[in-house]
Ligand binder design. Structure first.
Ligand code: 1GP
Length: 254
């Protein structure tokens, strides 16, 4: 299996480069808006697209991936909300284990069912520890996963969970406050977790401003994911991407 994508995450981490990801939920993104998002993402040098959502109830996944491929070279990584969100049109897949929860199905159960399909797929599979952090409201992922998120002020629980995930061999760590979270993850939790692990740290959920994206990478996030805010205002892609990319060079944004 090709490991180009993971190698790019690792190389960025080793060289202090920060990555910006646009999350596309095929259910929410109407085609007209998708065109705009793609145009701005190309312009802003967005690093990756994550594609997925908690439900994805319509058959848009393949169509959205096809449309992206036609207009952009940005790698497409599936961020699946369930085992049905699989398409060979993507470049890679985050093989998520929900390590903040105690739902055995989402820790290993679904993985056993999907493993043989993934084994023969052309997708690059990246094992990812997925940690849900309380974002102040009950998010779809919280409800759908039937798990309790880590309290937003319990840095020690987050830190030990991430450490355990890394020791179990997971290749990426994704801390998520859930799509549309009221409160994004605090910089103090990002700082605590990033200092405790060596694998790349992805942070998302409720990030609405370039300043917050910038603060998160300064605190130790390697990859920033934004979905909702960009769906509402695609123009934000430009400022978000440059805040993340410039964070490695400057010590203050203002
Ligand atoms: C959700 O981390 C992503 O899984 C992005 O969240 O949609 O709130 O930006 P938002």
């Amino acid at each position: 299996m090709d490991n180009k994508l993971y190698a790019s995450f690792l190389k960025a981490k080793q060289t202090g480069k920060k990555k910006f990801v646009v999350l596309i939920d095929p259910d929410n993104m109407r085609l007209q808006k998708l065109e705009k998002v793609l145009e701005l993402s190309n312009q802003a040098n967005v690093d990756y697209f994550f594609i997925g959502g908690s439900l994805v109830v319509n058959d848009m996944l393949d169509m959205v991936l096809g449309n992206i491929k036609k207009t952009s070279d940005i790698p497409m990584i599936l961020f699946p909300g369930n085992s049905f969100q699989l398409s060979y049109k993507a470049d890679g897949l985050l093989f998520l284990s929900l390590i903040s929860g105690r739902n055995a199905d989402l820790l290993i159960g679904k993985h056993v069912i999907t493993a043989p399909f993934l084994k023969i797929s052309p997708l690059e599979i990246m094992s990812t520890g997925y940690m849900l952090i309380d974002g102040g409201i009950s998010t779809t992922v919280q409800y759908m996963s039937n798990t309790t998120p880590i309290p937003s002020n319990k840095n020690d629980i987050a830190l030990c969970t991430a450490m355990a995930g890394e020791m179990l061999g997971l290749k990426l760590m994704y801390m998520d406050a859930g799509s549309g979270a009221e409160n994004p993850i605090t910089t103090s939790m990002i700082d605590a977790v990033s200092s405790a692990i060596d694998i790349p740290l992805i942070v998302g959920g409720g990030i609405r401003t370039p300043q917050k994206a910038y603060d998160n990478v300064k605190a130790g996030a390697d990859v920033i994911v934004v979905g909702n805010a960009i769906e509402k205002d695609p123009q934000l892609i430009i400022d978000m991407a440059s805040a993340v990319h410039e964070a490695e060079f400057s010590s203050d944004l203002s």
